[in-house]
Design a protein around this ligand. Sequence first.
Ligand SMILES: *[C@@H]1O[C@H](CO)[C@@H](O)[C@H](O)[C@H]1NC(C)=O
Ligand SMILES: *[C@@H]1O[C@H](CO)[C@@H](O)[C@H](O)[C@H]1NC(C)=O
Ligand SMILES: *[C@@H]1O[C@H](CO)[C@@H](O)[C@H](O)[C@H]1NC(C)=O
Ligand SMILES: *[C@@H]1O[C@H](CO)[C@@H](O)[C@H](O)[C@H]1NC(C)=O
Length: 359
Amino acid sequence: MGKLSVFLFVLSFYTIVNAGSGSHSLWVLATYIIGETPFPEFTVVLMLDDVQVGYYDSNDKQSVYRGQHRKVKTEDEEVKDGAYVFEHMNHHIKERSFQLKHHFNLTRGVQVQQRISGCEMLDNGEPAMIMTMDNFNGIFADYAIYYNMTHFIYDAGKLLQGWNGIRQAQNKIIIENVLLPMCIKTLKSFLKREKNIVMRKVPPRLRLIKKEVSGGFQVSCLAFGFYPRHINLTLLRDCQPVAEQELTGGQVLPSGDGTYQLRKSLEVSTEELKKRHNYTCTASHLSLDNKLDVSWESGAEKVHLSTLSVLLVMLLIVILLGIFICVKRRRSNTASQLKLANVDANVSEEMNFSSDSET
Ligand SMILES: *[C@@H]1O[C@H](CO)[C@@H](O)[C@H](O)[C@H]1NC(C)=O
Ligand SMILES: *[C@@H]1O[C@H](CO)[C@@H](O)[C@H](O)[C@H]1NC(C)=O
Ligand SMILES: *[C@@H]1O[C@H](CO)[C@@H](O)[C@H](O)[C@H]1NC(C)=O
Ligand SMILES: *[C@@H]1O[C@H](CO)[C@@H](O)[C@H](O)[C@H]1NC(C)=O
């Protein structure tokens, strides 16, 4: 159950991250666990875009940052700030989870309260939004807060009684004037430190793959090894984009080495494949000045096959010719060897003769 909820949580996190291009964001993913598990009661993962930059848990009570080059004093300050913020969060999330536990009369087992909090900044340095979202046991969406510079949205959720108007107004002020500037400031400092990772541009590699499946073929367009994760990948049939609903796949997935991959597949019947179509896979990515594409023509198989058979016949002819020539050579060789032998015989005869004459 824990695994599932973490999975759901991370999934929703990726949907959020996916939304941003031309922007950067900082996220806190916090988990509070009630009950006996091998994990610390409270854990925090800090993400800059899609890169983990920090970790904190209730056992250590120390925020750990990736890289660990903490020579500058201000950075120690940062670690302390982090620990303070996370401890505060721990307290709040714990309270919430115990309230929910009682609300649902859950006296036994493991309960998990999770939270995503973060902010987003545009490439020009302007703050774009801040939000927080809670989740109980990976199934129940708890409350959510969202502020995007023009709108403040508070969703009390359906689990517990929400805030009244005054409390909402108070929180809006705190979020707008304290939490958002603080989050953006932290985001900027992480961005500066991690620019070699989160601002790197790695172009995709592109493949067009044809695979036999039951009932026909699958033509897949695969882009891999790229960063950042935002990519436009289109499969064209005779220069026309294939409609998204005809395609399967289409989810950008991490490759495990810090890059991403995306596959879009089209089911094609054997009859359809025999027709002459030009399939093209085209990609545009931040790292590329121009579009990248690979093409493949279906129905060209027959041509290939006939070319192949012509080649085979030619090869056969060459081989036969080779054998013929070889045999002929060997024959003439034996003939000349015989001739030579004859000459030898004659010479020896002559020698015999001369020796005879000498005697
Ligand atoms: C929890 O228990 C109380 C009292 O036994 C009951 O009134 C309430 O409906 C229960 N709540 C749930 C969600 O089952
Ligand atoms: C803020 O959110 C609201 C509601 O979702 C939306 O209508 C509005 O366009 C958003 N504003 C900006 C600047 O993104
Ligand atoms: C297939 O289509 C692409 C783009 O639509 C084009 O660039 C390419 O030349 C075409 N290939 C063939 C073999 O027709
Ligand atoms: C993808 O396409 C959209 C719409 O055409 C465009 O705004 C965006 O910049 C493109 N993204 C990339 C990475 O090329």
